[in-house]
Ligand binder design. Structure first.
Ligand SMILES: Nc1ncnc2c1ncn2[C@@H]1O[C@H](COP(=O)(O)OP(=O)(O)OP(=O)(O)O)[C@@H](O)[C@H]1O
Ligand SMILES: [Mg+2]
Length: 257
C-alpha cells in the first residue's frame, strides 16, 4: 500500500500583478512529491509569470493567495533562500554573462546553494561527470555564460545546473524549445533522473513531443491567467490536434447545457 503523496508545491488562489496589471487571476495547482505536471497554454497566458512568482522575482507582485512549498509559505523567502530550499527554475530566456566562464558560474551557483556542503575538491569531477551524462563537450566550461550560445546550448547549460544542483522542485520553462531530437532525449532523461521520491517537476511546454519522454501525471492548461482545464497526458494530445479555442471560457459556457 502506498502512503498518500505529500504536496511539495501548493499554489492556492494565486493572483500576481506586473507593473500594476493583474496577470495571474487565481491559480490553484498542487504538485505532490514524485509527480511531474505539465503546464501548457497560449503565448502570454501567464506560464512564465507563475514560474517567476514561485522563484520570488521582485517584479512579480503577489496580490492574493499564497504559494506553499513543503507546507511553508514562500512569501518570506528571498530568491536565494528558495534556491537553497531546493527550488530550481530553468529559464525560458537564459541571460548572457560575458566575461564569466561557465566553470566559475557553476562554482558560484553551487557554493551559493550548498553553502558549507560545497566541496571545492570534488567540484571539477562533479561537473565533468554531469557533463558526460548530458553529452556536453568538455570545452563548454571555458566558454562565457550564454555568450554567443546557440538556443540549444543555452538550454543545455540550464540542464547542467539542474543536474548539479539536484533540486527538489524543478520548474522547466520551455526547456524543450529549440532542442534537436538527440538533445531533447538527453534533457528528458535528465528530468526523469530527478523525478525520484521526494522530488517533483513542473514542465512548461508548447509541445506534446517532450511529454512522450517525460510522462506527466497531470497536464494543466492556462488561458488568460487561469487554469481552465487539468487532465491526464491525453489532454496534451487533444491540444495538439485542436488548439486552445475549445477551452476558451466563453466557448465552454456556450456549449454547456
Ligand atoms: N516583466 C514584465 N513586464 C511587463 N509585462 C510582463 C512581464 N512579464 C510578463 N508580462 C506580461 O504578462 C503576460 C504573461 O506573460 P508570460 O511571460 O507569463 O506568458 P507565457 O504564458 O509564459 O507566454 P509564452 O508562451 O510566450 O512564453 C504577457 O502579457 C506579458 O507581456
Ligand atoms: Mg513563457
Amino acid at each position: 500500500m502506498t502512503a498518500n503523496p505529500r504536496p511539495l508545491l501548493d499554489v492556492q488562489d494565486l493572483h500576481v500583478a506586473i507593473e500594476g496589471k493583474e496577470i495571474l487571476k487565481g491559480i490553484n495547482l498542487t504538485l505532490c512529491e514524485g509527480q511531474c505536471h505539465a503546464l501548457m497554454g497560449r503565448n502570454g497566458s501567464g506560464k512564465s509569470t507563475l514560474s517567476h512568482a514561485i522563484m520570488g522575482h521582485p517584479s512579480y507582485v503577489i496580490t492574493g493567495g499564497r504559494i506553499l512549498y513543503r507546507g511553508e509559505d514562500l512569501s518570506a523567502l528571498s530568491t536565494e533562500q528558495r534556491a537553497r530550499a531546493g527550488i530550481f527554475l530553468c529559464f525560458q530566456y537564459p541571460m548572457a554573462i560575458p566575461g564569466v566562464t561557465v566553470a566559475s558560474f557553476l562554482r558560484h551557483a553551487l557554493k551559493a546553494v550548498e553553502g558549507e556542503r560545497f566541496d571545492p575538491k570534488t567540484f571539477r569531477k562533479r561537473v565533468k561527470q554531469a557533463m558526460e551524462r548530458l553529452g556536453i563537450d568538455s570545452d563548454f566550461v571555458r566558454r562565457h555564460v550564454n555568450d554567443g550560445f546557440s538556443g540549444g546550448e543555452k538550454k543545455r547549460l540550464e540542464m547542467l545546473q539542474m543536474e548539479l544542483l539536484a533540486p527538489r522542485l524543478s520548474i522547466l520553462d520551455e526547456t524543450d524549445s529549440g532542442l534537436d531530437i538527440d538533445a531533447l532525449r538527453i534533457v528528458s532523461e535528465g528530468i526523469n533522473r530527478h523525478l525520484g521520491p521526494g522530488n517533483a517537476a513542473l514542465v512548461i511546454t508548447h509541445y506534446q513531443r517532450i511529454l512522450s519522454y517525460v510522462k506527466p501525471d497531470v497536464v494543466h492548461v492556462m488561458i488568460d491567467g487561469r487554469i481552465v482545464r487539468s487532465g491526464g497526458p491525453e489532454l496534451a494530445l487533444e491540444l495538439e490536434e485542436q488548439g486552445y479555442d475549445w477551452l476558451e471560457p466563453t466557448s465552454v459556457e456556450e456549449t454547456s447545457p
